[in-house]
Design a protein around this ligand. Structure first.
Ligand code: TYM
Length: 330
């Protein structure tokens, strides 16, 4: 069975619709026919300012949402990155193979650094840690949104470089990106991706948000001139984004959606999008609350995952230590 691996940051509050449609939904569908590893990347979260007690809560909240979205601890290994120390160990080896200029070209670093008073070295080396995350598990596929494409290219380059220099060691991973949902955009600024760091919460649909708030945001989403529900990325990015959301949740194709709303204007269409989103999120919200009510059980589920992940990680690291020339303890 092919192996998949992916990760998500423990953010303040909830995952948003972009995380869900662009990534987590694929994680759930891939757990049945893949050897699946999914993690909450708390080490990545400390690349910007944070509070320790908050990080712990956010890590639990992220894990609870993953299980609530349908990840099953019997079918997928769901774990916490910092509970497997090999991630940082491999990160160092890979950092020593990464050119300074190469790391400087990562566009996400530039975006994130611009928002910090002081950008840390950890933020700069973030993509190298991500490469280590993926290579440690010999992943074949990495389900992510379009914003991770450049990080996946770096991961492949580093794997190839290590293999060339020290002998075949790492599987070359491919990004698994679904075109239709690769970039869900902000409801108030339909050319920007939906993102936690966006300026206004009005543009973001949080998975754990009240249905009435979700409905309001969708009804007020920026639409484009005209009144036809027609997919046109260039001229109607707002409507097209809503159509993609509709399509992902209803299973209808874009032409089928156009046909269904022909001559009806935006109002009915938006109402239906709101219903699809609230119907999709309601059970996730309920299950997340249940999982959070029993912290001990949640922590135990994660410990089981981290222990399974640790076994694979140690196997890879043993090989890496040999290949890289580290003396084995006698
Ligand atoms: P993060 O936590 O920012 O996002 C988690 C996943 O959600 C996707 N995503 C989106 N997809 C479509 N439309 C959007 N608007 C949208 N916003 C976010 C992201 O592409 C991602 O797949 N660096 C990663 C975490 C990471 C990781 C890894 C991923 C760490 N190690 C190893 C894969 C493999 C990140 O910050 O994702």
């Amino acid at each position: 069975r092919a192996r998949v691996l992916s990760g998500i940051q423990p953010t303040a509050g909830s995952f948003h619709l972009g995380n869900y449609l662009g990534a987590v939904r694929q994680w759930v569908s891939m757990q049945d026919d893949h050897d699946a590893f999914y993690m909450v990347v708390d080490l990545h979260a400390i690349t910007v300012e944070y509070e320790p007690a908050q990080l712990r809560e956010r890590t639990r909240l992220a894990a609870a949402q993953l299980f609530a979205c349908g990840l099953d601890p019997d079918r997928a290994t769901v774990f916490v990155q910092s509970q497997v120390p090999e991630h940082t160990e491999l990160q160092w080896v890979m950092a020593c193979l990464t050119g300074f200029g190469e790391a400087s070209r990562m566009t996400q670093f530039k975006d994130k650094a611009a928002k910090q008073a002081v950008a840390s070295v950890g933020l700069f080396t973030y993509p190298i840690l991500q490469a280590a995350d993926i290579l440690l598990y010999q992943a074949d596929q990495v389900p992510v949104g379009a914003d991770q494409r450049q990080h996946l290219e770096l991961t492949r380059d580093l794997a190839q470089r290590f293999n060339h220099r020290f002998g075949e060691t790492f599987t070359l991973p491919s990004a698994y990106i679904l075109k239709a949902v690769e970039k869900i955009t902000d409801l108030q600024d339909p050319t920007a991706k939906m993102s936690k760091s966006s300026s206004s919460p009005q543009g973001i649909l949080d998975v754990l948000e009240e249905p009435s708030a979700l409905r309001k945001k969708i009804m007020r989403a920026v639409t484009d001139t005209g009144s036809d529900v027609i997919a046109d990325e260039e001229n109607k990015p707002g409507v097209t984004n809503l159509m993609r959301i509709h399509s992902a949740l209803s299973g209808l194709s874009l032409p089928e959606i156009e046909a269904r709303y022909a001559g009806q204007g935006y109002g009915t269409f938006k109402k239906d999008v709101a219903e699809l989103v609230t119907d999709a999120f309601a059970p996730i919200r309920e299950r997340t609350q249940k999982l959070l009510a029993n912290e001990a059980e949640l922590d135990r589920m994660l410990a089981v995952g981290s222990s399974r992940a640790g076994k694979v990680a140690r196997e890879t690291m043993d090989l890496v230590r040999d290949r890289a020339g580290f003396l084995r303890p006698a």
